[in-house]
Design a protein around this ligand. Structure first.
Ligand code: GUN
Length: 294
């Protein structure tokens, strides 16, 4: 029987730990940590993600603000708002929800964020520090996966870890982190992507498979070896006849692989809630390291 890596439960533990920290901060008559989220446009999934992030802040006692621009907002106006947040003594960290509308230069927008407030860990300075194993904000999804592996004490040392997908948010940073000199880490990493021929030849030799490609039920039992650890980052909205009109599907065919794996993350309730919890962790770290809160 496979071990289910229960991200929902672990994320609740982490949120409880953060709430206790906030209570201590407030008891010292200090202000609460403050996270700001910028959303541009009305993409349904992005709107849902940002609203969940705001709700999470309330749960742990953070202050939170949502800045919602129409999709027609100019890049200059967005950059002006980022500049204002960079300078604000009341804001510890902020995120710009991706993807941005096509008229925006995503790189330019990310580069405009003060790395000390970049709680997504997307700024090149933070990404570089991560790659060099220096202290910094780790991107929330990879950070969440590492924390889940750590709390379930999954052995990663000397293991072959195959990652599917090389996005800047998940696959690429994950490939760096699994190879770092630490626990979890010390894995031998293969980063596969859309140009990798016969991906199954790699996944079949993997001790750990991390899928982040957004292709529902892509990973089947005949693509993995017996006893593999499978981490499913996919959360694709699949239309159905339910009241909501869709359900969330992972990249892994859970029913097909469940009797072959040694451990697996479910969708929903696996990596998703961990990602949300780690954004809170990065925000409290930004608060504690802020020059304004010593
Ligand atoms: N879009 C999808 N995931 C993320 C994330 O973790 N942060 C931001 N800012 N945008 C996203």
């Amino acid at each position: 029987m496979a071990l289910i890596l229960n991200g929902l439960k672990v994320s609740k533990d982490i949120k409880n730990e953060i709430r206790e920290e906030v209570e201590k901060i407030l008891a010292r008559k200090r202000r609460a940590p403050h996270l700001v989220a910028i959303l541009v446009g009305n993409n349904g999934a992005s709107l849902a993600y940002v609203n969940s992030k705001i709700k999470d802040c309330k749960e742990v006692g953070f202050r939170s603000s949502l800045i919602h621009f129409p999709s027609t907002v100019s890049e200059a106006e967005l950059l002006e708002k980022i500049d204002e947040l960079n300078k604000s003594k009341e804001v510890d960290g902020f995120i710009v929800q991706l993807p941005l509308p096509k008229q925006m230069d995503q790189e330019k927008v990310i580069m405009a964020i003060d790395p000390r407030k970049d709680v997504d860990g997307f700024h090149p300075e933070n990404f570089g520090k991560m790659a060099l194993e220096m202290d910094t904000f780790l991107p929330a999804t990879p950070f969440g996966i590492l924390t889940l592996l750590e709390r379930y004490n999954i052995d990663t040392q000397g293991k072959h870890c195959v990652i599917i997908g090389r996005s800047r948010i998940v696959g690429r940073p994950m490939s760096i982190l699994m190879g770092r000199k630490d626990f979890p880490g010390n894995s031998t990493v293969t980063l596969t992507h859309s140009y990798t021929p016969h991906i199954e030849e790699y996944t079949r030799s993997a001790d750990i498979v991390i899928t982040a490609l957004g292709d529902p039920h892509f990973l089947k039992a005949d693509m993995i070896k017996e006893g593999a650890v499978v981490i499913d980052v996919g959360i694709t909205r699949v239309d159905d006849d339910s009241e909501k009109g869709y359900h969330l599907a992972g990249d892994v065919d859970f029913d097909d692989v469940k009797d072959k794996v040694s451990a697996i993350t479910p969708v929903p309730g696996g990596v998703g809630p961990m990602t949300r919890a780690m954004l809170l962790k990065n925000t409290i770290l930004a608060y504690k390291t802020s020059v304004y809160n010593d």
